[in-house]
Ligand binder design. Structure first.
Ligand SMILES: Nc1ncnc2c1ncn2[C@@H]1O[C@H](COP(=O)(O)OP(=O)(O)O)[C@@H](O)[C@H]1O
Ligand SMILES: O=c1ccn([C@@H]2O[C@H](COP(=O)(O)OP(=O)(O)O)[C@@H](O)[C@H]2O)c(=O)[nH]1
Ligand SMILES: [Mg+2]
Length: 245
């Protein structure tokens, strides 16, 4: 299993490099643009250099309400991935007496993006504590800065990027009827989130598209119809994912 195989490398990465760097960065302001992120996060040795193996990572991207979380549940059921929703991790952190609680609350309320250090730390912690080696990272990276932070700090890249492509009017309708009591599921915040998605998240999708990693899914249709587009993506890489275990 991935965690057992790489526990040493990942733990030492965590204690020796990631957390030390994190403390340094937390003392600074978090508003750096993606360009400066390149220099803010020093490169670490890729996980696979340490033991020849690395986790199988899928980034699940798309605008608010495009159906990322819904499809992740089906992917988990069918292909046995571990689902990590960045939004859920941040909401859990927010209500856990964390020092970041009020910052996360205000950021989500405004539809902005939480500083990369915080989100990457939560994601890597979950990955490390999981026995699974196949991960769906849902709703992350949301910006080039997020992407660079993850890749530099973890030394890993996604194997697959799913992009749920959905018209804005459909996304707005779905979010407004989501009914999960979320502080950001109101029309004012949705408008801001759509702008942030276009300005900051589409460049991430473009970046991975140029690397041939993006699978565009037409996110209009029933949940089952959409999953029939998703299924072949994972069927095609089942063997590759298995080889990582
Ligand atoms: N294909 C679909 N058709 C209709 N409603 C959907 C579909 N997929 C998801 N939904 C609903 O839309 C809302 C947003 O879906 P969700 O999976 O939470 O999206 P995201 O994680 O991308 O924001 C939820 O209430 C969900 O039940
Ligand atoms: O990597 C992330 C993921 C989420 N968020 C914040 O959390 C909110 C909700 O994210 P989630 O993925 O749950 O929303 P969804 O797209 O599923 O509606 C976003 O608008 C952001 O404010 C963030 O800052 N960084
Ligand atoms: Mg979601």
């Amino acid at each position: 299993m991935w965690r057992k195989v790489t526990a040493t490398s990942f733990s030492s990465l965590k204690s020796s490099i990631f957390f030390k760097r994190l403390h340094l960065q937390q003392a600074t302001k978090h508003n750096a643009a993606s360009a400066s992120a390149v220099s803010r996060f020093a490169t670490v040795a890729p996980l696979q250099e340490k033991d020849g193996r690395c986790p199988f990572i899928t980034f699940v991207l798309g605008g608010p309400g495009s159906g990322k979380g819904t499809q992740c549940i089906k992917i988990v059921e069918t292909f046995g991935f571990k689902h990590l929703s960045a939004g859920d991790l941040l909401r859990r952190e927010m209500v856990s007496n964390s020092e970041y609680g009020s910052m996360i609350l205000n950021t989500i309320k405004e539809g902005r993006i939480v500083p990369s250090e915080v989100t990457v730390k939560l994601i890597l912690k979950e990955m490390e504590s999981s026995d699974n080696h196949k991960f769906l990272i849902d709703g992350f990276p949301r910006s080039e800065e997020n992407r660079i932070a993850f890749e530099k700090i973890s030394g890993a890249e996604p194997d697959v990027v799913l992009f749920f492509d959905c018209p804005e009017d459909v996304m707005v309708k779905r979010v407004l009827s989501r009914n999960q009591g979320r502080i950001d599921d109101n029309i004012d915040t949705i408008k801001k989130r759509l702008k942030v998605f276009e300005a900051l998240n589409l460049p991430v999708i473009d970046y991975y598209a140029k690397k041939g990693k993006v699978h565009r899914i037409n996110a209009v249709g029933t949940v089952d119809e959409i999953f029939e587009q998703v299924r072949p993506v994972f069927k095609a890489c089942e063997q590759k994912a298995l080889n990582r275990s």
